[in-house]
Design a protein around this ligand. Structure first.
Ligand code: HEM
Length: 673
């Protein structure tokens, strides 16, 4: 921890961000993006003013000293002001600089995480870190988080008659301009009067707040009146695309994005127009701003109802979603799986014991191989005998109730009704082994966490949602199993890569099974880059669905409230400005010198608040399975023509064609008994 940076050494923009953070939702209080941007830029100008670089009053903003401050956020803005020929006022600068606010906010968040003041959670949520800081406040020495100190100083200013410090006055002015105090305190008349008085106390605070307020109330830039017409994709364009024939959905999205731009509509006969958001910039926007405009509840409602559930993890939004993710995060973490590595090795070997030289492994067996591990590790039960029923039912439900590619009644055929019973069987098995006495001394599992969260917070996880939550755990077997089948295909089709991955595996397993520490990024450097490339070329979930709850303008297109949007987050995987020569499988893209996957163009795990919670679990399990397969066996792609071009089966999620098989050509070493 860097104790050199205390609450007093934070800049005004940093203090403002801490004040505006809402611990319950893990993001900012509900402030429209434009207002947040203006307030943050206002804080930058106020800090420059306190540092005597500029001088501002209600009418003018003048440069006093262009000497750099040494602060990476302040200096580029100081330079812009210093380079301007004409004299402008604060309102002008706030309006002009608001476009930079997002990158300023990103930098602030990164720095606050570095300083251990904020904690970053997967899915881009932030909370105050528990790190304790020591500070003299209210005349006594106190311990607390920096965020708490700043809030306490503001409370002190608001609820006592003392004259606050100029920095606190400015923060209060800006928070007030964003109208956020009412979310923090119960505001009575007296407090409102006190806020108004404080806001008049300091000229810098007054002038900046008034400039911010002026920008906020001016509708001109908040939504462009010049929005563009969304282009419609000609149906024949889709019908004749080679990517439709091969089932390569992300490549199709990339092609349409190149031709039609980042927002386009597909109008299928008899259906509503489908609005697609696609491309690197739209990914960036969805990741950061989606939470304010998009909701997951509606598109998922019909599907969760099939399981008798309402308000499950993928369908929640806002505070409850963040609370549930935080509570369940550890259950889906890499650490949870790493704690059971020994058992995973044993289960993987037990499964591979059935592979004989000369035999053919059907591609769907990869799902079984993964399920043979995930089911006991996460639910503490066997489910190999019912996994096909569970998967087929779930895939049909997704196709009928989310993608709507088949009519809903097809979920109620006699076969589907029989397969639905597998969910009851799974739950009965879980219940049978999850009595407190039987779980004593066992490593904690995903099922333990769901059941105990249900017991402690039945409003957040009602009994009605357990059927979905527990059976969905095995959905992971489908996604991970299909990712494994793509990975085996990619290795078996490239013997040179197979050999390099095997070399890493042989070192790792040379002296018995590797520990978690042994499985370091350095020890499986090739395997790691190989898997990143697999998920780029073969992303299992090519798009996400959401409904617009607050209308927005994206890249010049207005998307009205109530629209359903299809976020084609994996389109950039096949765009050559992000991944040059995108159809070639090349693990050198991820060498530190190029690192093409760092950025919003790489999104195999989704974007924003619902980003895959099991991503790191999945990285570990997939890598271990790939390593173990190469350590013991050599596999070959059949039919051989698939080596050149693999057909996909894209619905409801991407997987290789069912006709793909792997022939076991060699068993390199015996499997330990
Ligand atoms: C190749 C394997 C996987 C892929 C490609 C994948 C992809 C995704 C994607 C794209 C989403 C976001 C969906 C959306 O935004 O609507 C998601 C969500 C999720 N994934 Fe994964 N996933 C994989 C494996 C796993 C595994 C193994 C687990 C569990 C151990 C898991 C647990 C979850 C959970 C709990 C969510 C919901 C998060 C939320 O709604 O907040 N996933 N996954």
């Amino acid at each position: 921890m860097n104790r050199a940076a205390t609450a007093q050494t934070l800049s005004l923009p940093e203090e403002l961000v801490l004040m505006l953070l809402n611990e319950q939702t893990g993001y900012f209080h509900q402030i429209p993006g434009w207002e947040l941007n203006c307030a943050v830029v206002g804080a930058v100008l106020a800090e420059l003013s306190l540092l005597s670089r500029i001088d501002t009053d209600l009418d003018t903003l003048i440069l006093v000293d262009r000497t750099e401050t040494g602060h990476s956020i302040l200096d580029p803005i100081l330079k812009q002001i210093a380079d301007e020929q004409e004299q402008r006022n604060a309102q002008y600068w706030i309006e002009r600089l608001a476009a930079l606010a997002e990158s300023i906010i990103d930098q602030i968040l990164d720095r606050l995480v570095e300083l251990d003041i904020l904690q970053h959670h997967n899915g881009d949520f932030w909370t105050l870190a528990a790190t304790q800081w020591h500070e003299e406040i209210f005349d006594t020495s106190k311990e607390g988080s920096v965020g708490q100190f700043i809030k306490t100083r503001v409370v002190k200013a608001l609820f006592t008659e003392e004259i606050p410090d100029p920095r606190d006055i400015i923060v209060i002015c800006l928070v007030n301009t964003c109208d956020v105090f009412r979310f923090m305190f119960e505001l009575d008349e007296q407090t409102e009067e006190r806020i108004a008085t404080i806001c008049q106390m300091d000229l810098i605070g007054r002038s900046i707040a008034s400039a911010v307020e002026h920008n906020i109330s001016s509708p001109l830039l908040r939504r462009s009146t010049l929005t563009k017409k969304i282009p419609a994709v000609a149906l024949r364009r889709i019908l004749f695309s080679p990517h439709v024939r091969s089932g390569n959905v992300p490549a199709l999205f990339a092609e349409l994005t190149k031709e039609y731009g980042p927002v386009f509509q597909i109008r299928l006969p008899f259906g509503k127009p489908m609005t697609f958001l696609s491309g690197t910039e739209t990914n960036r926007w969805v990741h950061r701003h989606g939470r304010m405009h998009l909701k997951a509840a509606n598109y998922f409602a019909d599907f969760e109802k099939v399981y008798g559930a309402h308000g499950v993890l993928p369908s929640l939004d806002g505070t409850d979603h963040f609370r549930l993710r935080k509570a369940m995060g550890p259950a889906y973490s890499r650490a949870r799986l790493a704690g059971q590595l020994g058992e995973m090795y044993r289960l993987a070997r037990e499964y591979m014991a059935g592979w004989k030289v000369g035999s053919h492994i059907p591609v769907r067996a990869c799902r079984h191989m993964i399920n043979a591990q995930i089911s006991p590790l996460s639910l503490n039960v066997e489910s190999q005998d019912i996994i096909n029923d569970l998967m087929e039912f779930k895939e049909r439900a997704l196709t009928t109730h989310i993608i709507h590619a088949l009519p809903m009644f097809l979920l109620h055929t006699p076969k589907m009704k029989r397969q639905a019973k597998a969910i009851d069987t799974l739950l009965e098995r879980i219940q049978a082994v999850h009595t407190p006495a039987q779980r004593i001394g066992c490593p904690r599992s995903l099922a333990d966490d769901w059941l105990s969260l249900h017991a402690s917070d039945p409003q957040l996880v009602p009994e009605a949602n357990l059927r979905f939550a527990l059976s969905a755990a095995l959905v992971a077997s489908v996604y991970l199993g299909d990712a494994l089948s793509f990975a085996i295909y990619a290795m078996a089709a490239r013997p040179d890569l197979y050999a390099r991955i095997r070399a890493e595996a042989d070192v790792l397993f040379a002296n018995g099974d590797p520990s978690d520490e042994d499985l370091s990024p350095a020890s499986m450097e090739v395997t790691h880059r190989f898997l990143i490339e697999c998920l780029r070329m073969y992303p299992i979930v090519p798009m996400s669905l959401r409904d617009v709850m607050n209308s927005f303008v994206l890249e010049g297109y207005e998307i009205p409230v109530g629209s359903r949007v299809y976020i084609a987050q994996t389109a950039p995987h096949y765009m050559d400005d992000v991944f040059p020569d995108p159809f070639s499988f090349d693990i050198d893209r991820y060498l530190p010198s190029s690192d093409q996957h760092r950025g919003p163009g790489y999104a195999p795990y989704g974007l924003g608040t619902h980003k895959c919670l099991g991503a790191r679990w999945m990285d570990l399990q997939l890598a271990v399975n790939v390593l173990m397969i190469t350590h013991y066996f050599t596999l070959e792609v059949t039919p051989a023509r698939y080596v050149e071009a693999l057909p996909f089966s894209p619905l409801p999620s991407m997987k290789p064609s069912e006709k793909l098989r792997f022939r076991v050509t060699e068993q390199v070493r015996d499997l330990p008994a």
